[in-house]
Design a protein. Structure first.
Length: 59
């Protein structure tokens, strides 16, 4: 997807990025976030643990 198209989508009124949107990109390129995501394992764990979950099977 061209960057300009992605930026246009994100700037569109009411556009929201969902987890499923990101899953498509990371499935296509698993190392995609390596260039911009610089977090320690502890920071990632803390951020993930802070996310609410309605599914008890994920706990």
């Amino acid at each position: 997807m061209p960057r300009t198209e992605l930026v246009g989508y994100l700037l569109t009124s009411g556009a929201r990025v969902e987890q499923t949107d990101l899953a498509v990109f990371t499935a296509a390129d698993p190392g995609l976030a390596n260039g911009f995501l610089h977090a320690s394992d502890e920071e990632l764990t803390e951020a993930l643990d802070a996310q609410p979950s309605d599914e008890l099977s994920y706990l």
